[in-house]
Design a protein around this ligand. Structure first.
Ligand code: ZN
Length: 428
């Protein structure tokens, strides 16, 4: 409703009233019982006459009731062009060409897949067109006596900071959602701290996190959940921090308040948290399935077919069936580091010995091949041929904040860290 209202506000008010009126009349004609119908029809007729005469006086619009005003909306798909979209909506070719030949029509040449075009048509004539470029930008084509006037309208946005503090009783997600933290922000939180913390095995009731994130408003309406500015995670009494910082290169990354990049050479968890079984409820003990005699890895119960990702970039050193491990993948990441994945349902496309994979790439799917009592991923981390606890092993870091950016970074990091602490103390 909200959206429609916004769109309609760009059309001349009179058209809007007329549209409402016509819709109303049709509804009435369709739904009323015969005895009421005649009466309503009469009322309808007289209103239509009034409005159309009024419009004829003040605009160049010719109202023909058999040729009513329609608003059409289309999501841009692959291979669509403005021409094809308008044609499909029923606009006349000459009319589309007029529009395309109008000044500023270049604003409509780069339409993007997934964006929306809304058009007000009268018969085959394009009266007004709105292309929604992004959450605050619209390109508007209005028909006037002098042809189409095309302009880009950028609304002012307002950013507000939101502070949240959560003590985990059940899970990062459910407890976060309970405090109205948007899903997308929780996903970002998992990404940011997921390099250090395994959200499946490491979380304990009583762990805490707090964060400041942005919300973006346009015309008083919330449009986006912005980025996390700063966050702190206290996991089993160990504190992790992350501050968003825009590097000189132009991209933004997260660094701990002491300047280390939160990104590591390895992801902590080989199955995305969203796929891991809800069986991992903190109130229950994790169902550790010791499927391999000397258990040297960590298990993730997940639905059969959940994607498994390479925790680091490297080369597949083996992808085959291997005894109790079942369908197995081994990745060699460097001379020192190897990871191993067991019980796969199947390998991903093109995963075979010798192939290069990048961090996060799907290499296979969760199953229960080999000695497994149910679908789960058994995951191992080896350093120089020795088993390491994947939950405890120290990963090599990505580049820290550069020397030349340190001063600026620490000023910003300290400013937001103080702010976070202030909020925390206020919230008790
Ligand atoms: Zn296992």
């Amino acid at each position: 409703m909200e959206k429609n209202h916004r769109i309609l506000s760009y059309f001349p008010r009179k058209h809007f009233y007329l549209l409402v009126l016509i819709s109303f009349i049709f509804l009435v004609l369709f739904f009323l019982s015969p005895s009421q119908e005649r009466q309503q029809k009469e009322l309808g007729q007289s209103l239509i006459t009034e409005v159309s005469l009024e419009s004829l006086k003040q605009t160049d619009l010719t109202i023909d009731i058999g040729n009513s005003l329609i608003i059409k909306e289309s999501v841009i798909r692959r291979n669509d062009s403005l021409f094809s979209i308008l044609k499909n909506m029923g606009a006349k070719t000459e009319n589309i060409i007029d529009l395309i030949n109008s000044p500023n029509s270049y604003l409509l040449t780069n339409i993007k897949i997934g964006n929306i075009v809304k058009v007000e048509l009268i018969g085959e004539k394009i009266k007004n067109l709105i292309y929604i470029e992004d959450y605050k930008t619209e390109v508007i084509a209005k028909h006037t006596d002098k042809g189409y006037l095309i302009s880009r309208n950028i609304s002012e946005e307002e950013r507000t900071e939101v502070f949240k503090e959560v003590t985990i009783a059940n899970s990062l997600y459910t407890d976060g959602l309970k405090q109205d933290i948007p899903d997308s922000v929780l996903m970002d939180l998992v990404y940011i701290f997921g390099w250090d913390i395994d959200f499946v095995h490491d979380i304990r009731p009583g762990d805490q996190y707090s964060l400041i994130y942005e919300e973006v408003y346009v015309n008083g309406e919330k449009k986006l959940n912005g980025d996390i500015i700063i966050a702190e995670f206290i996991n089993q009494d160990k504190s992790y921090t992350a501050v968003r910082y825009k590097l000189k290169k132009g991209n933004s990354e997260y660094f701990s308040t002491d300047g280390r990049n939160v990104k590591k050479a390895f992801l902590r968890t080989p199955v995305k948290l969203s796929y891991v079984s809800s069986k991992y409820n903190l109130k229950r003990k994790h169902p550790i399935l010791h499927t391999i005699r000397a258990h040297k890895g960590v298990d993730y119960a997940a639905n059969r077919g959940s994607p498994i990702r390479a925790t680091g970039s490297g080369t597949i050193s083996s992808a085959k069936v291997n005894g109790g491990c079942g369908k197995e993948i081994k990745i060699k990441h460097s001379a020192d580091y190897t990871t191993r994945y067991c019980h796969l349902e199947r390998f991903a496309k093109n995963i075979k010995e010798g192939k290069k994979v990048i961090q996060g790439q799907t290499i296979g799917y969760v199953g229960s091949t080999g000695l497994a009592t149910g679908p789960h991923l058994h995951y191992e981390f080896h350093v120089n041929g020795k088993h390491k606890d994947p939950l405890k092993v120290k990963f090599p870091y990505a580049d820290p904040i550069g020397k030349d950016e340190e001063t600026k970074f620490f000023t910003k990091a300290n400013y937001f860290f103080d702010k976070l602490k202030k909020y925390q103390s206020l919230s008790g």
